[in-house]
Design a protein around this ligand. Structure first.
Ligand code: TXA
Ligand code: MG
Length: 319
């Protein structure tokens, strides 16, 4: 898939691809983003598939302005101050996720917070407005590669996996957005990026707390303390559910009628299973079972990230 110059017509076509659940790579002022409709779990699952990312990390949701941000997150005083100073622009804020916002649980990896960003790039702005959808968009590179700063990088890395790559020349900043968590009274710098920490501190009027692993993205187990995990223990590779257990099923199997059950994908689709994973865990966690029996999920494609998350949810936890 060659890159397409980001004309008005191309942006309109890209908006249709997004509305239909497809992937579009688009320029922002920081790096190129790999975008999908953030309210469509299967579209979001395709982001992970395209990137070949073996883990589900929460993704940044891109919106055109403060008003749209307010539909998806609860913006407190600090968030509004920072938005006034830096939006649109390369600052991402993690805020409490708004109840019923429609953002897929796969985007937030089951967390009750959401990362919101209002990019300033005119093509990103035009695409967000044409699509009329919040867009989940990590950097448009394969997992483990450097972030893509030109449309050519995106084509080389992801060419076959995206429906369209909108080309607007090299990204101006070449460095990802700074991420600040403003869910509590003390703002925390989760990722240093294109907005200097000092500039953020000047607006907030206080020193930013640094994430324990600032500089490292919270991508590996344990790095993001707030990773969602069910309270109910998990029993992996289960063939059946015992009395008192709940069942997390996968594929075309006969389900028991006597225990709480959720089938991640009756047809055996890993994309559908990924889209359902976090809401399924939440649902079964609330069922009051002593244990959630989890049927095997194949370790291919998105199955790797699904199994990674299931293993982490099953691991013994301290505290
Ligand atoms: O510059 C950028 O921000 C680029 C361009 C494309 O906009 N986007 C980007 O998105 O870097 P992404 O999805 O790769 O950023 C993911 C990071 C996660 O690794 C995590 O650090 C943080 O955003 N994050 C997202 N949601 C979070 C949440 N609810 N709580 C804590 N951290 C979160
Ligand atoms: Mg990245």
């Amino acid at each position: 898939m060659p890159a397409t110059p980001a004309t008005t017509e191309a942006i309109a076509a890209a908006a249709e691809v997004l509305a239909a659940g497809g992937l579009v790579a688009f320029p922002t002022e920081t790096v190129y983003g790999l975008g999908a409709d953030a309210t469509n779990g299967q579209a979001v699952a395709r982001i992970y598939e395209a990137k070949g990312r073996p883990q589900f990390n929460p993704l940044i949701v891109h919106v055109p302005d403060l008003e749209a941000a307010g539909l998806h997150g609860e913006l407190g005083r600090c968030a509004r101050l920072l938005a006034g100073a830096f939006w649109p622009g390369p600052l991402t804020m993690v805020v409490k996720r708004r109840e019923g916002s429609g953002i897929s649980e796969l985007v937030t990896a089951g967390l009750d917070s959401v990362a919101l960003r209002v990019p300033v790039h005119p093509v990103a702005q035009a695409l967000l407005r044409a699509a009329g959808l919040p867009l989940a968009a990590p950097s448009a590179n394969r997992s483990g590669h450097v972030s893509a700063t030109t449309a050519q990088h995106v084509v080389e890395d992801l060419g076959g996996a995206v429906a369209m790559v909108l080309d607007a020349g090299p990204a101006a900043l070449g460095l990802e957005s700074s991420i600040v968590d403003v869910t509590s009274d003390v703002p925390v710098l989760l990722r240093p990026g294109a907005v200097a920490a000092e500039a953020i501190e000047a607006v907030v009027g206080a020193r930013l707390a640094r994430h324990a692993a600032a500089g490292l993205l919270p991508t590996s187990p344990g790095q993001l303390e707030s990773h969602y995990a069910p309270r109910t223990p998990l029993r992996l590779e289960a063939g059946f559910a015992a009395p008192g257990e709940a069942l997390l099923a996968f594929g075309p199997v006969a389900l028991p009628g006597d225990v709480p059950t959720f089938n991640l994908s009756p047809s055996g689709s890993l994309t559908e299973a990924a889209a359902n994973l976090f809401s399924a865990l939440r649902r079964l966690d609330a069922a009051g079972a002593r244990c959630i029996a989890v049927m095997p999920v194949p370790q291919t494609g998105l199955g790797e990230a699904i199994n990674d998350r299931l293993r982490r949810a099953a691991a013994p936890r301290s505290g």
